[in-house]
Every structure is written in structure tokens, then in C-alpha cells.
Ligand binder design. Structure first.
Ligand code: FES
Length: 137
């Protein structure tokens, strides 16, 4: 269930199934990312540069953007990096293909947070359940 929000410069894409509820977006730029508002993203709340900078802080890739004039998303390099968050998910940044246990494939292009604890109800993505289960690893 992707949702898109645009201004004259960029289109922000919101993929809620990827969100790990880090709250970085609304703690960092509440004028744009306010979960109490509907729609919760206000593209007039800050400059395009501020919105892009905040989206680059999104650890899960649930938020990404594409510039209107170019095909540039949150993925800015050809390298794929995988980071293990202490007591949390694997953060994938870059492009790769995941093959799931049922044989289907998922293409990651940008960022994704993959469940490492086994408790997510949205596998392969982390849904933040590792916090409630007090996952250690
Ligand atoms: S690592 Fe976050 S739900 Fe499993």
C-alpha cells in the first residue's frame, strides 16, 4: 500500500509495510511528518531540501523520494550495505534481490529493514515487534 505525496520538486513515497516505527521522521521534522494529521505528510511544511534530508535519515526505507527532473531515490550509490542494528533488524541499503522461503523474490532498491528477531507479522520486513519482545542479539 504505497502512498505518494508531491510538491513541485519531489514525490515522496510512503511504504507503511516497511516502517519500523523509529519515529525519526516526525521527531526530526514534525512540520512535515505529523502522525496526528491526515494526511500525515505535509509537503508544504518545509523546504524540499529539508524534506529530502529528513527522508535520508529513515532507517527502514519506508520513506523515499524521487526528484521530478531525475530518477534519483534515496539510494545514492551502487553499493549494497547491510548493517545489523543491536537488538533489532538488518538494515539493507542499496539494491539487491531477496529470495523468500516460498520461492518468491522481493527487489530491494533503496532501503529496507529486515526482521532478525522472528516476531514481525510483516516478514521479511521488521515491523518494530523486536521492541515488544525485547529481542537481544
Ligand atoms: S527485528 Fe524488528 S520485528 Fe523482528
Amino acid at each position: 500500500m504505497k502512498k505518494q505525496y508531491s510538491n513541485q520538486d519531489i514525490t515522496v513515497q510512503w511504504e507503511p509495510e516497511k516502517c519500523i516505527h523509529s519515529k525519526l521522521c516526525w521527531k526530526g521534522l514534525i512540520e512535515v511528518f505529523n502522525p496526528k494529521n491526515k494526511p500525515w505528510i505535509n509537503m508544504d511544511g518545509a523546504s524540499t531540501e529539508a524534506i529530502m534530508a529528513q527522508i535520508q535519515q529513515c532507517p527502514s526505507g519506508a520513506l523515499s523520494y524521487q526528484q521530478q527532473q531525475q530518477s534519483i531515490g534515496s539510494n545514492e550509490s551502487n553499493n549494497t550495505n547491510i548493517q545489523i542494528l543491536p537488538n533489532g533488524p538488518l538494515l539493507v541499503q542499496g539494491s539487491c534481490t531477496l529470495q523468500l522461503a516460498d520461492g518468491t523474490t522481493v527487489i530491494v532498491d533503496g532501503k529496507a529493514a529486515l526482521c532478525r528477531c522472528g516476531a514481525s507479522s510483516n516478514k521479511p520486513y521488521c515491523d518494530g515487534s523486536h521492541v515488544a519482545t525485547k529481542f537481544q542479539g
